[in-house]
Design a binder for this molecule. Structure first.
Ligand SMILES: Nc1ncnc2c1ncn2[C@@H]1O[C@H](COP(=O)(O)OP(=O)(O)OP(=O)(O)O)[C@@H](O)[C@H]1O
Ligand SMILES: N[C@@H](CCO)C(=O)O
Length: 294
């Protein structure tokens, strides 16, 4: 048996829609695999009641198929589905690392990105790799048609997840099909600022770079309480706030000293809207970790 811990991720980061992603120190999915004649899946943990065990409907089944690596796969979900922290991608990335090792396929982490993205295609209709790339490689990733660029980063963040859900499919439907040139120029500036900030672990630059005028205004309208939560996080010291992935999770970037106050302020703001939430105080962290002996 092989075990892999695959981290949650936050995609988009505002200005990098379908391109940027970061791995988070917590939460994570744990995937255990054993060789078997046919793939079977069992699931425990966060939101497991809502996740199909049919290999044709689960992201890990798509990965097993893509690697021609049938297995008994046990998923312990730490990452709640449809919360904006790359739940389906964490399982896909974990399964890709685990099955690649179990069957000695010899693929590099970079080569596993399109394999794991097959799982994402299954649930959202498109093989966008911006969650699987950071879950596989760790740090900050830039995923384009030319491949993935990775930068190690360790900035403090707060990811606040309300007890509501938004499906990625629905959140993709509200993304504008066209944009004004001035908004594109603005977004390019923020994306570049954010990228430099990641290379320097600079919360101010990354916080500024989260802004975007194209996708986030439409997406945030799907999240009850978003404006109040964003304002509360900024007042508590966050250097920037945006929608995490497709939402409804909200991501704040900050200095470590402000993390606790920001987490409390975000949860209080959701609470004031009658919405329970949970906040992870964590940092940008490492990619999937393989435990070869158990
Ligand atoms: N192994 C899996 N783990 C989690 N969800 C899965 C898995 N396999 C299939 N799914 C399905 O994927 C959907 C959740 O994926 P979705 O992309 O909407 O959320 P997410 O991965 O948490 O979000 P985001 O990509 O915005 O961060 C649910 O419908 C769930 O049933
Ligand atoms: N880039 C994707 C990430 C969520 O899966 C989106 O925002 O739709």
């Amino acid at each position: 048996m092989l075990t892999v811990r695959a981290p949650a991720t936050s995609a988009n980061l505002g200005s990098g829609f379908d391109v940027f992603g970061v791995a988070l120190g917590a939460p994570a999915d744990v995937i255990r695999v054993e060789r078997a004649p046919e793939t079977s899946i069992s699931i425990t943990g966060a939101g497991s009641n809502y996740i199909p065990t049919d290999p044709e409907k689960n992201t890990v089944g798509a990965v097993a198929e893509a690697l021609d690596a049938p297995a008994t796969i046990r998923i312990d979900k730490g990452v709640r589905p449809s919360s904006g922290l790359g739940s389906s991608a964490a399982s896909a990335a974990g399964a890709a690392v685990a099955l690649n090792a179990l069957y000695d396929r010899g693929l590099s982490r970079e080569e596993l990105v399109p394999v794991a993205a097959e799982g994402e295609a299954l649930v959202s209709g498109e093989a966008h790799p911006d969650n699987v790339a950071p879950s596989l490689l760790g740090g900050f990733t830039i995923a384009t048609d030319d491949g993935v660029t990775q930068v190690d980063a360790s900035l403090p963040v707060v990811a606040c997840l309300p007890e509501t859900s938004v499906s990625t499919r629905d959140a993709r439907d509200v993304v504008p099909k066209t944009a004004a040139l001035e908004d594109v120029v603005d977004t390019v500036g923020h994306a570049a600022t954010l990228t430099v900030g990641m290379t320097r672990d600079d919360p101010e630059l990354v916080g500024k770079g989260l802004n975007d005028a194209i996708v986030t205004p439409e997406r945030s309208a799907l999240i009850d309480g978003y404006d109040a939560v964003r304002e509360a996080a900024l007042e508590a010291g966050a250097t920037g706030v945006t929608v995490s992935g497709a939402g409804p999770g909200v991501l704040a970037v900050c200095y470590a000293a402000d993390q606790r106050a920001i987490a409390g302020a975000m949860m209080d703001a959701f609470d004031a809207e009658g919405i329970e939430s949970r906040a992870y105080q964590t940092t940008i962290g490492e990619g999937a970790r393989l435990y070869p002996n158990g």
